[in-house]
Design a protein around this ligand. Sequence first.
Ligand code: C5P
Ligand code: MG
Length: 161
Amino acid sequence: MSDLRIGQGWDVHRIGPGRPLILGGVKIPSEFGLEGHSDADILSHAITDALLGAAALGDIGMHFPDSDARWKDADSRQFLRAARDLIAAQGYSIVNVDSTVILERPKLKDFRHAIREKLAETLTLEVGQVSVKFKTAEKTGPVGEGRSAEAQALVTICRQP
Ligand code: C5P
Ligand code: MG
């Protein structure tokens, strides 16, 4: 029987003017973006935490503290690759990734394929193993009022005994 595990990740960043909006390594055209120490790619951060969580390897802040100048404006795909390598070192490979970005605007659905492709390329997966979904917050709460954006992710990983 294979050893199958599930990991969950979540992230939130504040929306701010003059900042890039980067989701899964893809820059989305927008007049505002996400504030943060790194490139504030909430989707990559949530998936990184899900990968680490699946193998009980701590969380993103433990491996890449935002007090460390090395991660200032960092391309968050390096966190994804590092998490993939950490779980691979334990003998695990990724089965699938499912994720949701909650952002009031801009509309993201036209970027779904580009984001899935970029994430698949970053994690060395097939596009069919990577799902990305989008939701508004129906104008309620900080996300709905356009003050923040959130991302959620689930991953499954497995290894042969
Ligand atoms: O939040 P709501 O259920 O109204 O979203 C409807 C659809 O709009 C989603 O299924 C998604 O495909 C799309 N959407 C989007 N960009 C967003 C939020 C939602 O493309 N920022
Ligand atoms: Mg983050």
